[in-house]
Design a protein around this ligand. Sequence first.
Ligand code: FA5
Length: 358
Amino acid sequence: MSSGEESPLDLDRLEAEALNLLGEASNAGALDAWRVRFLGRSGALTSVLRGLKDVSPADRPQVGARANRLKTTLEEFWKSKQEALREEELRLAAQFTLDVTLPGKTFPVGRIHPINRITREICRIFTAMGFQVVEGPEVEWDYYNFEALNIPKDHPARDMFDTLWITPEGSEGLKPMLLRTHTSPMQVRVMEKTSPPVRVVVPGRVYRYEATDATHESMFHQVEGLAVDEDVTMADLKGTLYTFARALFGQERQVRFRCDYFPFVEPGVEVAVDCFVCQGKGVHADGQGCRLCKGTGWLEVFGAGMVHPQVLRNVGYDPRRYRGFAFGGGLERIAMLRYGIDDIRLFFSNDLRFLRQF
Ligand code: FA5
């Protein structure tokens, strides 16, 4: 036989090879490559058919018929393989199809902690009055926490703050360092860095070495306020805290100012709001004493006063020219009043049943 001729044996081998490879094709890409190789325009079978002209006239009908049969066979096998692959593809896709009738999955969503919530609410009220929000260090020097606030070493007022010391108390040669017992040190830090007018609120964590109970924690939060300018008076302090109390606890609230002592203010006051549960009466209509204010009709919110002239001198302000007011209060206590919580320890015991209520 001349070149290009295929003996029936060669066609048998071609058929066996083609069917063997077709069986191995496991995806559309492989199937397509198979089709090009055996049935394509330059494929193996096409070149057999093209070569028929070179086959001897005697053999041509037989070889031609065999080649045509093979072409039909390969095309049929190819088609059914194509269908089988498509079905398999559909079956796999069906496994990942979304069943819209299934109930939805719920993902747990975090919530804002009540202390962050009350902090934001309080800061919003003060920023609306022109105060700036600033924050400061929790690990603090004795100087800022006490000395600069007119509480020198051995001053009895240090007993008001049960302090957690970083450096051992009385250690020689070390600048005493502590966990701040209140946010008031930020009064000094802010004034040292700024010239009047000053208007800031400072929320933040504070620490005290005390036993915990329903109203005391050893780590809690305070918010500090400070305003200094040439003509700031006690009336400004009263007006500011009235506005605050009414924004947070209700428009009809009354505010009470009573004398109190803090070494860094003069005069010093304790600020209370009339109880919004019993409306300041201390008792309910049924004669029961009010649990929130414990029958007093008042809720204590802040310590406050006019910035002591010595504190102004300590930061380089002239107390004959500048005056200021300051206030500070516990955020947990305010949140307890605002949300009706009766135990401070709930805030940081990580009980989700409590936290989910906010
Ligand atoms: C102060 O800390 C002053 N720095 C407040 C101040 C600022 C006065 C500016 C004048 C001018 P006091 O020690 O009273 O004050 O604490 C203020 C508030 O912190 C208290 O009214 C209370 O709400 C809260 N507080 C105090 N100790 C605790 C505690 N152990 N746990 C939770 N809250 C507390």
